[in-house]
Design a protein around this ligand. Structure first.
Ligand code: SAH
Length: 340
């Protein structure tokens, strides 16, 4: 049975027409699910009993179960959700001065194989549906009784390897009649699936694109990220330039600093050359330790030097705050779990 949370408003209206119902009923149901955040068809009090029954017969209404919730010393919260098929994924809630930000997973496991990331390694299981992506946000809002204002697709999985569901989830999250989070408050991070970057540019969604760059030469990037063998730095940067041209949006480049690997001034120099003239921002991430990982975090001194070099040479760079690392909730530390 299809999950009712998988539908954006336009598609839900089509479904209702096929069921012989009026499209405005679809809008009412959509509001119950994504605005009121109810947990069953029975909560939809302005929908007739008869229609509720019909909906129950045709659609599931999936609410994730919280298996575990951990709170870090900085207040970051990590959820382990039962996605109701024997698998579990992690989602992270962060509080900033401007509101709550949620880091959602897009897949159960990841195929990309980045050497520094814990989300990969364990076998890939499947992609999440749009409803399952959005449910992470709904479940956290229910649990904490809050309204989330920012969404980052930076949890487990490669969002652009689950392209259709991620784009559909963004449309659902963005819809003013439902969750109503502005596209500019939604970020999609990719390891660099070049053809999908071109596709995303054509979607006419004003979300922020983040690119996991991490190195400036193909040799080094390929040693860290196997995806670079399929789409090298030149192709990636070309796609980014085209993305900026088509969307007029600034791109954010993520660069995880690892000691003696990619953190010296020579690397910063190369980075300046590579990004010169692009409307962009560099997000420096002190690399987080993962089990069996061979990369070590750069010293604070090197991280600051690296940032300052970029800023002094015309590239806006900031250091990402390390949230939740004491509960393995920081970048690259999330993993899927098997419940069976
Ligand atoms: N698959 C997507 C989404 C993951 S986003 C992507 O690769 O972009 C998570 C961000 O954290 C990415 O930039 C990723 O490269 C980075 N990351 C992964 N492992 C990390 C680690 N151990 N320390 C710091 N950043 C890491």
């Amino acid at each position: 049975m299809k999950n009712i949370k998988d539908y954006n408003l336009d598609k839900l209206k089509e479904e209702f027409i096929n069921l012989g119902e009026k499209p405005f009923r679809a809008e009412q149901v959509f509001k119950w699910i994504f605005d009121a955040n109810v947990t069953s068809f029975d909560d939809m009090t302005n929908i007739s009993l008869e229609l509720r029954e019909k909906l129950k017969q045709n659609y599931s209404f999936s609410n994730f179960k919280i298996i575990k919730k951990q709170v870090a010393s900085d207040g970051t919260k990590k959820y382990l959700f039962d996605v109701l098929d024997g698998n579990a994924i992690e989602t992270v809630l962060m509080k900033y001065h401007h509101g709550y930000s949620i880091c959602v997973s897009s897949q159960i496991g990841c195929k990309m194989g980045c050497k520094f990331c814990a989300s990969t390694g364990i076998n890939f299981v499947r992609s999440l549906t749009s409803g399952e992506i959005v449910e992470q946000l709904l479940a956290v809002q229910r649990d904490e009784n809050i309204k989330i204002s920012n969404v980052v697709f930076m949890g487990i999985g490669e969002p652009l390897d689950n392209y259709d569901n991620v784009v559909n989830a963004i449309r659902i999250i963005n819809n003013p009649k439902g969750i109503n989070i502005g596209a500019r408050h939604i970020s999609v991070s990719t390891s660099g699936l070049v053809p999908k970057i071109y596709d995303l540019a054509k979607e006419n969604i004003q979300c922020t694109l983040s690119i996991s760059l991490h190195a400036t030469t193909d040799e080094k990037r390929s040693s860290m990220m196997p995806i670079n063998n399929a789409y090298n730095i030149e192709e990636l940067i070309k796609a980014c330039k085209e993305y900026i041209k088509m969307t007029n949006r600034r791109i954010s480049f993520e660069y995880a600093l690892a000691k003696d690997n990619n953190d010296n001034i020579e690397d910063a120099k190369q980075l300046v050359k590579l990004l010169k003239g692009m409307i962009c921002h560099v997000n420096l991430i002190p690399i987080n330790k993962i089990e069996n990982g061979s990369y070590v975090k750069s010293s604070n001194e090197n991280i600051i030097k690296f940032r300052d070099y970029l800023n002094e040479h015309g590239i806006v760079a900031t250091i990402r705050r390390e949230l939740g690392s004491d509960i393995d909730a920081a970048c690259g530390q999330l993993r899927r779990k098997n419940l069976k």
